[in-house]
Design a protein around this ligand. Structure first.
Ligand code: 13P
Ligand code: SF4
Length: 350
């Protein structure tokens, strides 16, 4: 049973039961388990308590734009995957509480192994990372031994360890262009970002056929209909969206790039085809803009919210800072192997 979490700043009194995973989320071996969260004092002011714990623990909270607004509001660093990896690499805090998904927290631990890295809900995986088990990528590499393996950061440490360079949606085009023309490229795991990069760079690439359950749910047909209701509206889309959506989009970019576009053009009307958590920052950056979250396709029970990201709550963030658990740990040989392609990405992103 998943107990609904209560409103801002208050707490459910009963114990919370959540479905979780026992082993490395994203590796494809999911094992359901029940985690019982302790009851918390309903009068506790979570916002103040989190600030106190941050000071006591010498902790920073890093949060992705897809987190709940409450979590975004207590974050020390808010950003897209690249900005959060950069922040994790350079923080001198002793604890990193990563309000995002497992591969993001794992990347923080890979980059900054001396820190305690906690993820408020260890079950916060990523459906895209789940599409790419490392043994299958290894088999593909064996078929194309001369190819450079470029992996989107939304993948496990094991997949990173098999990769030559990591990219995010902020730097993928630049990094692909930096690869010598004569080299073949395997791109994993997001086929939509991969196809978009092929169009942008003209590079032929062997694409892993993974996709994100959130971004593949947006429908070009429904966006067209919505545009008729909002004449003059621009469609903003993340490159993880499918081709028909990208084909009608006015602006394509990472979460950070889409946010920047709205901040730079603050009076527009925008149909936003990415996870709606980003609307919280867009509304702050451009209070006069009209922001409409893109709807999921008709006839599907899919939702445009990321169910993994939304597993994190303010209560779980508080508990992770209080108890310094659940922690991200990984074997040193795996960490070192995964570090190399991430460092290459950071060098190419300067
Ligand atoms: P960015 O924030 O890097 O654009 O990534 C989006 C995403 O899907 C994260 O899981
Ligand atoms: Fe993974 Fe998609 Fe959720 Fe991002 S939005 S964490 S890619 S499932």
């Amino acid at each position: 049973m998943l107990v609904p979490i209560c409103a801002r700043g208050t707490l459910a009194q009963e114990a919370l039961l959540v479905l979780g995973r026992r082993e490395s989320p994203g590796c494809g071996k999911l094992e359901a388990m029940i985690v019982t969260l302790p009851s918390l004092d309903p009068k506790l002011d979570l916002f103040a308590a989190i600030e106190d714990l941050k000071r006591e623990r010498r902790a920073v909270v890093l949060a992705h734009y897809y987190q709940d607004p409450d979590i975004q509001d207590v974050a020390d660093h808010l950003g897209d995957s690249l900005a959060l990896a950069q922040a994790a690499a350079k923080t001198d805090a002793e604890v990193i509480a990563f309000a995002g998904v497992h591969f993001m927290a794992e990347t923080a631990k890979i980059l900054n192994p001396g820190k305690v890295v906690v993820l408020p809900d260890l079950a916060a995986g990523c459906s895209l990372a789940d599409t790419c088990p490392a043994p299958e990528l290894r088999a593909l590499k064996e078929r194309y031994p001369d190819h450079v393996v470029v992996s989107y950061i939304n993948c496990t440490a094991e997949v990173k360890a098999l990769s030559d360079v990591i990219v995010t949606s902020s730097n993928a085009e630049r990094i692909v262009r930096s690869i010598p023309d004569e080299r073949g490229i395997i791109f994993a795991p997001d086929r939509n970002l991969g196809r978009y990069l092929i169009q942008k760079t003209g590079r032929d690439m062997v694409l892993w056929q993974g996709s994100c359950i959130v971004h593949e749910t947006f429908s070009a047909r429904r966006l067209q209909a919505l545009r008729l209701e909002h004449p003059g509206a621009l469609i903003l889309a993340h490159p993880e969206c499918e081709e028909p959506v990208l084909a009608i989009a006015d602006v394509i970019g990472s979460t950070n790039a889409l946010l920047k576009y709205v901040a730079d053009h603050p009076t527009g009307t925008y149909l936003v085809a990415t996870e709606p958590g980003i609307l919280h920052q867009m509304a702050k950056a451009a209070p006069q803009a009209t922001l409409v979250p893109a709807p999921p396709a008709e006839g599907t029970c899919a939702c445009n919210e990321c169910p993994h990201m939304k597993l994190n709550t303010l209560e779980k963030l508080y508990l992770s800072l209080r108890d310094l658990t659940p922690r991200i740990e990984l074997p040193e040989d795996l960490r070192l192997a995964a570090l190399k392609p991430i460092q290459r990405m950071l060098e190419l992103s300067r």
